[in-house]
Design a binder for this molecule. Structure first.
Ligand SMILES: NC(=O)c1ccc[n+]([C@@H]2O[C@H](COP(=O)([O-])OP(=O)(O)OC[C@H]3O[C@@H](n4cnc5c(N)ncnc54)[C@H](O)[C@@H]3O)[C@@H](O)[C@H]2O)c1
Length: 282
């Protein structure tokens, strides 16, 4: 039974909210991050986890090894998310997302941690045609170096499940926000309670071996077939469609290419390729 759970990135938006949810579900949590909570979004949700957060830099393997000792599972949110309008420099993505994620997986192997839940991203599918309904078996078409770092994490998950018998759930998060604020999010949004439910499935499901699921609510306009999540027991409670559309921004609408591809504006940031070629090469 999974009881002792480490949450990395616990000061961030997803990490802090999920920690709050997992704590209510009775898990004994250890929280870590490179810094204390500073995100206005997390603060505005009145989360008082700050004093419990241990300051650990995931780039430091010996520290990661120490903090994962005795854990049953790790929920890995720590890393650099994609920042607007451009992504971070590749060296930072290598250090925090690639080395940091490797350190988490490797420390789990050394310490015989049974399960890992990895915060992947739907941007690993970025260059697919939006007219194509994707599922967990669709091939990667990452739209940024950030997305490549998530492909790396998902590849690690295959290695560590087959070779080291760790059960792993990759959650390809769409847009985790308190509520949808842009038209895109009608397709990609996940509510916090649905995200917590998916993480809990990763910690509990007896059917889990190594799966990738989409981190979305039951959105009417979803572009992703989440059958693998449903097989594991996911029953999303929310649907982006239930929110008023009046005040939604339309950030992608001035960019026809972004509107055609799953990754939206991530795909057109620095784009030199042609849409026709991207669509031809499925
Ligand atoms: N929020 C979303 O919509 C979304 C979508 C797709 C994927 N994700 C993924 O989910 C995870 C959490 O995203 P978020 O939106 O909460 O981002 P966030 O920036 O709010 O949280 C990430 C946390 O990781 C911490 N961190 C970064 N580098 C670290 C290091 N070397 N050692 C320890 N901690 C470190 C940061 O301090 C931060 O608190 C990220 O991996 C992100 O890529 C989020």
């Amino acid at each position: 039974m999974i009881k002792k759970v480490l949450v990395t990135g616990a000061s961030g938006l997803c990490g802090s909210i999920t920690s709050q949810g997992l704590s209510k579900l009775g898990y004994k949590l250890t929280l870590c991050d490179i810094k204390k909570i500073s995100s206005p979004a997390a603060k505005s949700l009145n989360i008082s986890l700050n004093k419990k957060i241990k300051i650990i830099d995931l780039r430091n393997f010996s520290k990661v090894k120490k903090i994962t000792k005795g854990m049953d599972a790790v929920v890995h949110f720590g890393g650099i998310p994609r920042h607007k309008p451009h992504e971070d420099v590749f060296q930072n993505i290598i250090d925090h997302n690639i080395i940091g994620t490797y350190n988490v997986f490797e420390a789990c192997r050394v310490n015989k941690v049974k399960r890992i839940i990895f915060a992947s991203s739907a941007h690993i599918m970025g260059y697919h045609d939006r007219k194509k309904y994707l599922d967990d078996k669709s091939s990667f078409r990452p739209d940024s170096h950030y997305a490549v770092s998530k492909c790396f994490g998902e590849s690690l998950s295959k290695l560590y499940s087959d070779k080291y018998n760790i059960k792993i759930l990759n959650i390809r998060i769409g847009s985790a926000l308190p509520k949808p604020t842009d038209m895109r999010f009608l397709s990609t949004w996940i509510s916090f309670r649905d995200l917590i439910q998916l993480v809990n499935i990763g910690l509990k499901s007896k059917k889990l071996y190594c799966s990738s699921v989409y981190g979305i609510s039951k959105n009417k306009r979803a572009w992703w077939n989440n059958k693998e999540a449903y097989r594991l027991g996911y029953k999303p409670l929310d649907n982006a469609e239930n929110y008023s559309k009046d005040k939604l921004t339309k950030n992608e609408y001035k960019d026809k290419i972004a509107l055609r591809l799953h990754g939206g504006v991530f795909t057109t940031d620095g784009l030199k390729g042609k849409l026709s070629n991207i669509l031809k090469n499925k």
